[in-house]
Design a protein. Sequence first.
Length: 198
Amino acid sequence: MYTEAINKLIEELGRLPGIGPKTAERLAFHILKSDKAEAMRLAQAIADVKNKVGRCGQCFNFAEQQLCGICADARRDKSTVCVVEQPKDVIKLEKTGACRWVYHVLGGHIAPLEGVEPEDLTIQQLVERVRRGGVKEVVMATNPNVAGDGTALYIASLLKPFGVKLTRLARGLATGSTIEYASAKMLTDAVLGRQSLD
Ligand SMILES: [Zn+2]
C-alpha cells in the first residue's frame, strides 16, 4: 500500500489498454521520480487532447479547428473523397504521399452483431456531402475484409443515384487484412491502381 495519491495513479494507469498492474506501478514510480515539469507536461498533454481535439465538420477526422488540416488545405482535390473507417487509416494513406484527395471518416464499419448499424457511422453525412455537389469520385478504402467490404457496398448502393464515380482501392491488399497494417508500398499500389466498383 502506497499513499492515496500513488495508489490512485497506479489504478488509473492500470486502466489503459495493455497496461497490467506491474507496468502501472512501474510507470507510476517513473512519474514520481521524474521532475515536476516533465510530469506536468504529460498531465497537460492528456488534458489538451480531451479539451481541444474534436471532429472535423466536413470529414470527421480529428481536428482542433472546425476543419481538419486536410479539408482546410486549398491544394487538395476536393472532388475526390476517400472513405476510410478510422482516423489512423487517413494517416496510413497520407504516409504513402500518393493521395491528393480529401477523406470521409466513417468511425468504423457496419457490424450488426456488434450492435453497429449504419446510423452509428457518418454514412448519412457522406450522402449529404455528395448530395451538396462538387464530388466527382468516391474511393472506398474500407478494410479489405468481410465487414469493410459490406460497408463499402452498402455505401455504394446509397451513392449510386448521384451518378458519382465509385471506386475502391486495388486488391494488392490481402483480403481479410486491414489498412492499418498494410505496408506503404502495398498501399501506394492500391491507391494508384484503384478499381471501379460498378
Ligand atoms: Zn476534414
